[in-house]
Design a protein around this ligand. Structure first.
Ligand code: S3P
Length: 173
């Protein structure tokens, strides 16, 4: 398969760690969009939000998506909000096969507990679980556009990667 493999899904669903494993298994280069943005801006995502605001971050995200979607043969992990943008979704989908990782809101709550890492959730205070549920509901329609969805709640990383590889076999040429 010449196209990219794109991992999407909400924060805390394992896009980065599973993306790395998947890339190793497929023998492809791995690119994490958030890491690319951080490396190019020489700033962490929370600092970009703090200093320049979310809209600036979304602009950097659009630039990164445009560049990566012109390449082929990559495993790409998106940020949880990347495909909210219609053009980002279109470009990424056209560049390959999109896989969505999901898990339960409570699991996301636990996996994203560390403050200061996810500015979109940090404002929520005690309402963090409610914020997660609200954002999940808002974003559901974008995540549903993926070609294949894997629920990561019960499975080990190896099982998830194996399942994705099994799905991708049909695109082998
Ligand atoms: C965001 C998710 C984050 C990062 C940024 C915004 C979002 O990526 O892009 O903090 O809007 O869901 P992860 O999904 O890798 O945490």
């Amino acid at each position: 398969m010449k196209g990219n493999v794109i991992l999407t899904g909400f924060m805390g669903t394992g896009k980065t760690s599973l993306g790395k494993m998947l890339a190793t298994k497929l023998g492809r280069p791995f690119v994490d969009i958030d890491k690319k943005i951080e490396d190019e801006a020489h700033l962490s995502i929370p600092k970009i939000f703090e200093r320049f605001g979310e809209e600036h971050f979304r602009e950097l995200e659009r630039v990164a998506v445009k560049e990566l979607s012109e390449r082929r043969g990559l495993v790409i992990s998106t940020g949880g909000g990347t495909i909210k943008d219609a053009e980002n979704l279109r470009l990424l989908k056209n560049s390959g096969v999109m896989i969505c990782l999901t898990t339960e809101p409570e699991e996301i709550f636990n996996r994203t507990a560390r403050r200061g890492e996810r500015p979109v959730l940090d404002g929520g205070g005690d309402e963090r679980l409610a914020t997660i549920k609200k954002l999940l509901a808002e974003r559901q329609k974008f995540y549903e556009r993926a070609d294949y969805t894997v629920d990561t709640t019960e499975w080990s990383p190896i099982q998830i990667v194996d399942d994705i590889c099994r799905y991708l076999r049909q695109f082998r040429s």
